[in-house]
Design a protein around this ligand. Structure first.
Ligand SMILES: NC(=O)c1ccc[n+]([C@@H]2O[C@H](COP(=O)([O-])OP(=O)(O)OC[C@H]3O[C@@H](n4cnc5c(N)ncnc54)[C@H](O)[C@@H]3O)[C@@H](O)[C@H]2O)c1
Length: 324
């Protein structure tokens, strides 16, 4: 199968490319390298089953040409990361809404299947534990820029499901929860690579807020395995799936785990949200996926332990520090 991956030079996209190539598929990547990097796809450049183009998903003619060359599309390109979203709300909304519109319009012309990446952020401020796919989405005020990401992704979901219903396009939505692992950069506010880089450098580990907020972290290998499974399952079309781990950890405990794994004596420093982001920043205490539907559909649930995840990320940051 020939798979078109938008955002394929990014963190999740490059792992998906690697997995698909290893499984005998062909891969075509489109990426504008805004948060992705050539280094992520360097290892595949000599592979005859791999090809890439540098460009934007907002370029209709280019996207149509690449969609036409492939059997299926996985749309991952997006403006991501809480820091980027708070700092560049116009860029976020335009990339996520218009980019997805272009990609959906392109696949709809020949009714080609597509997997659309959404996010756990769409559950918003809901305090329900765990989040199931049919639950209500509870958004914050439009005056808080951080909700622009959630709303833009929710609109992508609405549009994707509308293409499925109105035009018969096989659209599958994956709501990714925190996904972590090698190649994720801490540059845009991602917590685990940031902690790991700080710990191996012996710098203070900066925890935003009280640190008692909890999250569930899924290894990228598990996430791309799930994306591939849903991509190959025709019965998944028209549906939404949570993809993530349901093991919770507080951010304080995560900081301690990283420090222990790194053998570091870094101080754990708490920074109020208002200082880390803009005043009035809102965050959720807990965010746990209900992965029953994923497990029922694929016969599989994300399984890499948090200890392994922390170990992989610390090892990568240590290697980066040593080669710097
Ligand atoms: N990593 C996570 O924890 C997580 C959680 C929820 C959802 N997601 C979603 O998964 C997808 C991939 O995220 P990621 O973590 O790999 O982040 P990433 O930033 O590494 O990947 C996004 C990629 O899209 C590219 N891109 C951005 N705008 C583009 C444009 N206009 N045209 C072409 N390429 C463009 C970037 O250069 C980057 O390579 C995103 O849709 C994101 O919303 C990720």
């Amino acid at each position: 199968m020939k798979v078109f991956i938008t955002g394929g030079a990014g963190f999740i996209g490059s792992h998906l490319a690697e997995r698909l190539l290893a499984g005998g598929h062909q891969v075509l990547v489109l990426d504008n390298l805004s948060t992705g990097a050539m280094a992520n796809i360097d290892p595949y450049l000599d592979n005859p089953s791999f090809d890439y183009r540098i460009g934007t998903v907002r370029d209709g003619p280019l996207v149509r040409e690449l969609v036409d060359r492939c059997d299926i599309t996985v749309h991952l390109a997006a403006a991501v990361g809480v820091r980027l979203i708070v700092e560049q709300p116009v860029h976020t909304i335009e990339t996520n809404v218009h980019g997805t519109e272009v990609v959906l319009d392109s696949v709809s012309r020949k009714r080609k299947p597509i997997v659309l990446a959404s996010t756990s952020e769409v559950y918003g401020k809901s305090d329900k534990i765990p989040f199931a796919e049919a639950d209500d989405l509870v958004m914050g005020a439009t005056t808080h820029a951080r909700w622009a990401y959630a709303c833009s992704k929710a609109l992508d979901e609405w549009l994707g499901l509308a293409y499925h219903r109105d035009k018969g396009v096989p659209v599958t939505v994956v709501r990714l929860f925190n996904t972590v692992g090698p190649r994720q950069t801490g540059q845009y506010g991602m917590v685990l690579p940031t902690f790991a880089a700080q710990a191996v450098a012996g710098e203070p580990i900066t925890v935003f807020g009280t640190g008692e907020q909890a999250r569930c972290f899924c290894h990228v290998d598990d996430a791309v395995r799930s994306i591939e499974g849903l991509m190959l399952d025709e019965s998944a079309a028209g549906q939404v799936f949570n993809v993530g781990s349901d093991r919770e950890v507080t951010i304080n405990r995560l900081a301690e785990m990283v420090r222990e794994e790194a053998g570091s004596d870094s101080e754990i420093l708490h920074i109020p949200y208002d200082e880390a982001y803009a005043e009035g920043f809102e965050d959720m205490q807990r965010r746990v996926p209900d992965v029953t539907k994923l497990e029922r559909t694929l016969g599989y649930r994300p399984e890499t332990s948090l200890e392994q995840i922390v170990s992989d990320v610390v090892a990568e940051q240590r290697a980066a520090l040593q080669s710097a």
